[in-house]
Write a protein that binds this ligand. Structure first.
Ligand SMILES: Cc1cc2nc3c(=O)[nH]c(=O)nc-3n(C[C@H](O)[C@H](O)[C@H](O)COP(=O)(O)OP(=O)(O)OC[C@H]3O[C@@H](n4cnc5c(N)ncnc54)[C@H](O)[C@@H]3O)c2cc1C
Ligand code: SF4
Ligand code: SF4
Length: 1002
């Protein structure tokens, strides 16, 4: 850490209750957002209290440091980036402070979606709907003046802000709203900290400024329906009052820091419905939008051909819905007081667009909620998904926020197409047509200087036309680094009024300098993310080292790659992360990062991991970063569950990046003792199994568990499964299952793994019984080892490789003999199919094993699909709450266990959609994580305890542990229920045959 940064960190730590970090790793995590820019701050502050905010501002003022407020960092224009102190409100300022029915008072870090979930319970909502609302914070919604698809109905944030609590650049705390501009009437003005004259002076100064420049303000006002560029001064002064709160909306943290916002809320619509209109050209869609805008829609979104093609490729339902020749589509939503009125509006729309004007080629009306969600999925899901496209050119947010008067839309779209053709650039177009708003993302490779020039040229060309049409270069997203360079052209002399306004609020330019009001001449191409400013510097040597050029061009050795990829592939994986922040979601219906769910702080997010690696490979971090504790701290916040890889719109392979980082650390520093022991759980279980009676006694003795916790780190309160008296592999040997069956039919080799081997041998028996019942011979190789997933997840690749190489060698041999490998433990399947080829450098046998391994339920489900599964189940009057484990989801095979259970007559299965169980492999077994793990799994655990079913079911052994924690209700593997239903293992359950009575499963 730079000595200056060290001083700042020490000083601020003495002043604040919140977090202060100025180290290299942390500042790298906060150096970027969802834009194309990167600027390393001097430090990061996460205030806990208002006093923290004030103290930081005063300290910054004394030390001439800038302050950049930040929420989720999902801004597309680099609005929250800067060289000073980033103040992250999203960590601790997350409270809904007051609820007064038609208004709420919130802290700035409250997430938009959380607010609307809260309001939804009482039939209300906060209307403006930026599309990243699952992570966007309310402070930023106000600071950016966010809006979205439903702007025609709800407008943007500025229509909903009644008052703000703010901290000025000198640390003064004020409550602002509407204020009389007559000084004599300002005695009611007050400040929260008693500095009585600050507010009246501010009001007078601002009002005077606006009055003096009334003409310029009016003349230079864009005529588009939406405008988020510059300061909005045209509608804040009226009837002798200045609406200071409204003026601060959209000020991008450049005038004041928002510490509370009072917002008006609206009732949920009584009835809502939507229709899709399909067009043969973008031009026809634009003309249709002009008509629709007059019909008071609640939303009217435009999608172009590229967008639709992506939807068709990704989801078969869209392929069926949208003909391949469709060039554009409009999604139109109406609200109405009755179902009939709604229907009439939608039918009227279709009649007009398709049959009267003939503009639309086809149309669909959503018949129910499922259709409604499906249609809206088109608008909401696919912008981020554009980033999945392969190749160096990426959808680039640089001219992504243009808005023109609606009547200028056809003209602008024609100009756009001509310009793109001339510059030979492809782009995707998505827009809110009723408000003339277009989100254009050209496909550019910003590591190529030619493309950087093209970006500048494109911006210049398109913006000229925007100004000709009296539109704005930002309708929703703000100016940030991306658009501030163009403000002088958009506003001419009005920019000087902006400058004066900035001086009134922030005379020393402390608050987010360089945004809206430029501090120096700037260009859209300045401060590009380093990996995008130059070709990736990382290059691979023969031995797999990653080398970058140091400051003086000398080679710097960063790391020796451990996994099956080269440096360019690794750099590309990190670069694919566009910083959108979707992985910061904590919505209960999203299975994103379980660690971020319990620990909503930037370093826990998958994005942080990509930023860390990108920073390292781009030369922004010291070469020994990966072996430092600060980096390990971030890497350890990944438990290798693979959920982000599935859910990330850009499919960034964060688990692989983190595995590389952990492996580098472990290679140099080794594993801490407790981690070492937990990664050897199979060995520990094997040792304990020599005296199972004693071991089981010890596991139920509080004193012994206390000792166990001290020795191994296994949390004392964690309910552990009982050890089997004889391991499944030993039992198999006695039953001669370890001899290859002599059969010409279907045959599987069962990969057992630790849990079924040492703890739940009955699961192995059930698997064998079910397979044999279906005519599938089972071979249990005695020479197999555990899968080694805990070692892999910890980055202990040396022992993991040894285990993997052994398993691969014996299993590949079985595959060559015609066996399919099956496993009952999803993480073992993931190890065999996904991890082994990665850690064994795509060894040929590892690929063979990977291609011939199946999760056991999936194997049986495939059998069923081929008509080969016996269906002679005995009816079971059992109700089951089923949880899909993360590692099963990561396999991408759906929920075959659930499908199989549904084949059993009388067995009632309820899918529990409660997200990750929270245990994340052995992470939640460790005493350091035990409580966090319970918090993460609370919803699932409570449902299992109290839900309207008799038992839980899941395939994963650690999810089962979590589901059984705090309840006597058992959780079983679906295969056990199949064995029971086939009548193969009646000992599995003692059923009291009346619904609602307890079911005892051994
Ligand atoms: C895929 C994608 C789609 C998007 N779609 C939309 C859309 O439909 N509509 C839309 O409006 N935006 C959209 N955005 C942009 C972005 O999500 C929004 O602007 C959002 O409001 C930013 O919220 P945030 O919490 O991430 O803010 P950040 O990016 O962290 O900050 C945004 C700005 O707010 C300021 N700020 C934050 N907190 C405070 C505070 N407490 N006091 C003062 N200033 C503060 C920051 O300084 C910065 O200037 C999209 C972004 C992405 C990646
Ligand atoms: S990891 Fe994926 S979801 Fe997260 S910020 Fe990067 S691209 Fe977005
Ligand atoms: S793999 Fe799992 S734990 Fe790791 S970052 Fe992704 S979602 Fe989070």
């Amino acid at each position: 850490m730079d000595p200056e940064q060290q001083r700042i960190e020490e000083d601020l730590r003495g002043l604040l209750q919140g977090d202060v970090r100025c180290d290299d790793v942390f500042t790298q995590l906060y150096a970027s957002d969802a834009s194309i820019y990167e600027l390393r701050p001097a430090g990061v502050v996460r205030p806990r209290t208002l006093a923290d905010v004030v103290a930081t501002v005063r300290y910054a003022a004394e030390n001439h440091l800038a302050i950049h407020a930040r929420g989720a960092g999902s801004g597309l224009a680099g609005e929250s980036l800067g060289r000073g102190l980033v103040m992250d409100f999203s960590r601790y300022f997350r409270r809904i402070v007051a609820d007064e029915g038609d208004r709420v008072r919130v802290q700035p870090g409250v997430v938009h979606d959380s607010l609307n979930r809260y309001l939804g319970r009482t039939g209300r909502l906060f209307g403006p709907d930026p599309s990243m609302r699952s992570v966007t914070t309310m402070g930023s919604v106000v600071a950016i003046d966010s809006g979205g698809s439903h702007w025609p109905k709800y407008g943007s944030a500025r229509q909903h802000v009644e008052g703000l609590q703010i901290v000025l650049a000198d640390g003064t705390v004020l409550r602002v709203g509407r204020h009389a501009i007559d000084p004599a009437r300002n005695d009611e003005a007050h400040t929260a900290n008693g500095e009585d004259n600050r507010l009246p002076v501010l009001v007078q100064s601002v009002a005077g400024l606006i009055q003096r420049h009334k003409r310029t303000i009016e003349d230079r006002r864009p005529l588009s329906l939406v405008n988020r560029s510059g300061y909005r001064l045209d509608d804040v002064l009226s009837a002798g009052q200045l609406d200071l709160a409204k003026l601060l909306v959209g000020s991008e943290g450049t005038l004041a820091l928002i510490t509370e916002a009072t917002l008006t809320v609206a009732p949920l619509p009584a009835h809502r419905g939507c229709a899709l209109l399909l067009f043969e050209s973008l031009d026809r869609a634009a003309h249709a939008a002009l008509e629709i805008a007059k019909s008071a829609p609640s939303a009217c979104d435009l999608m172009d051909r590229r967008h639709l093609s992506l939807a068709r490729e990704t989801d078969v339902r869209y392929e069926l819905l949208i003909p391949g020749e469709t060039e554009a589509m409009l999604l139109v939503e109406y609200h109405a007081e009755s179902r009939d009125a709604l229907r009439a509006r939608l039918e009227g729309l279709v009649e007009q667009m398709q049959y009267t004007s003939g503009l639309a080629a086809a149309s669909y009306i959503a018949e129910d909620e499922a259709d409604f969600q499906l249609y809206w999925g088109l608008a909401q899901r696919f912008v981020p998904t554009l980033y999945r496209m392969q190749g160096l050119s990426r959808p680039t947010p640089c001219v992504e926020d243009i808005a023109v008067p609606v009547e200028g839309l056809p003209n602008f779209l024609r100009h756009l197409q001509d310009t793109l053709k001339r510059l030979q650039v492809t782009a995707s177009v998505f827009g809110h047509a009723a408000q003339g708003q277009l989100h254009i993302r050209p496909f550019l490779d910003l590591s190529n200087p030619d493309d950087v020039r093209t970006m500048e040229e494109l911006a210049a060309e398109l913006y000229e036309r925007v100004w000709l049409l009296r539109g704005t270069i930002s309708g929703e997203h703000g100016d940030g680094l991306s658009r501030t360079p163009f403000l002088a052209k958009q506003y001419g002399p009005l920019v000087n009024v902006f400058r004066e306004l900035k001086r009134i609020f922030d005379p020393h330019g402390l608050l987010n300098p360089g945004k809206i009001v430029p501090v120096a001449p700037s260009r859209i191409t300045q401060h590009l993310r380093p990996t995008e400013a130059a070709k990736p510097q990382a290059a691979e040597t023969a031995v797999g080292d990653v080398i970058t050029a140091g400051a003086n061009g000398e080679p710097r050795r960063l790391l020796e790659l451990q996994l099956a990829w080269n440096a360019e592939e690794m750099a590309a994986a990190a670069k694919v992360c566009n910083g959108c922040g979707a992985c910061r979601s904590t919505s209960p219906d999203v299975r994103m990062c379980p660690i971020y769910h319990v620990n909503p702080r930037e370093e826990a997010s998958p994005r942080a991991k990509a930023n860390l690696i990108r920073g390292l490979l781009a030369g922004g971090l010291p070469e020994d970063t990966l072996v430092q504790e600060a980096c390990k701290e971030v890497a350890d916040l990944c438990v290798h569950c693979h959920m982000c890889r599935l859910e990330c719109p850009a499919n960034v392979d964060i688990p692989k990046l983190m595995l590389e980082a952990k492996a580098a650390y472990v290679n140099t520093n080794g594993l801490p003792l407790h981690d070492w022991l937990l990664t050897r759980v199979d060995l520990l279980a094997g040792l304990a199994a020599r005296l199972p009676g004693v071991a089981n006694w010890a596991m139920s003795s509080p004193q012994a568990r206390w000792l166990l916790e001290k020795a191994t780190g296994i949390a004392q309160a964690r309910k552990l499964p009982r050890l089997a008296r004889r391991s499944f592999l030993q039992q198999s040997a006695l039953r001669r299952l370890n001899h290859p069956p002599r059969t010409s039919g279907e045959k599987v080799v069962y990969f057992v793994d630790t849990y079924a081997n040492h703890f739940d041998t009955q699961l192995g028996e059930a698997l064998v019984a079910v397979m044999r019942h279906n005519g599938v011979a089972v071979f249990v190789r005695n020479d197999q080892l555990q899968a080694g997933m805990p070692m892999i997840a910890a980055g202990a690749l040396e022992p993991a490789r040894a285990v993997a190489a052994h398993n691969v060698a014996i299993l590949a041999e079985s595959v060559r003999q015609g066996y399919t490998i099956v496993a009952t433990e999803p993480s073992a399947v993931l190890a065999l199919t996904h991890e082994y080829p990665t850690i064994l450098d795509n060894d040929e046998d590892a690929i063979v094993v990977s291609q011939h391994t199946q999760e056991a339920c999936y194997y049986l489900w495939q059998l069923h699909q081929r008509g080969r599964l016996k269906l002679n189940f005995q009816p079971q009057r059992i109700s089951v709450g089923y949880h899909v484990p993360c590692h099963l989801r990561a396999l991408g095979v759906g929920a075959p266990g659930e499908n199989l259970m549904r084949l059993v007559p009388g067995l009632r299965v309820k899918r529990l959609e409660k997200g990750c169980s929270g245990i994340a492999g052995l992470w939640g077994v460790n005493r350091n994580n035990y409580r966090a793990s319970l918090r993460a799994g609370l919803e699932l655990m409570s449902t299992v305890r109290d839900g309207p079913f008799q038992i839980g079911a899941t395939e994963c052994s650690t999810c089962k542990m979590q589901m059984e924690q705090g309840t006597t209700r058992p959780t079983v593997h679906p295969i056990k229920l199949l064995a029971l239903a086939y009548g193969l293992m009646p000992e599995i359950a003692t059923l009291v045959r009346s619904t609602g009575s307890p079911l005892v499963v051994t």
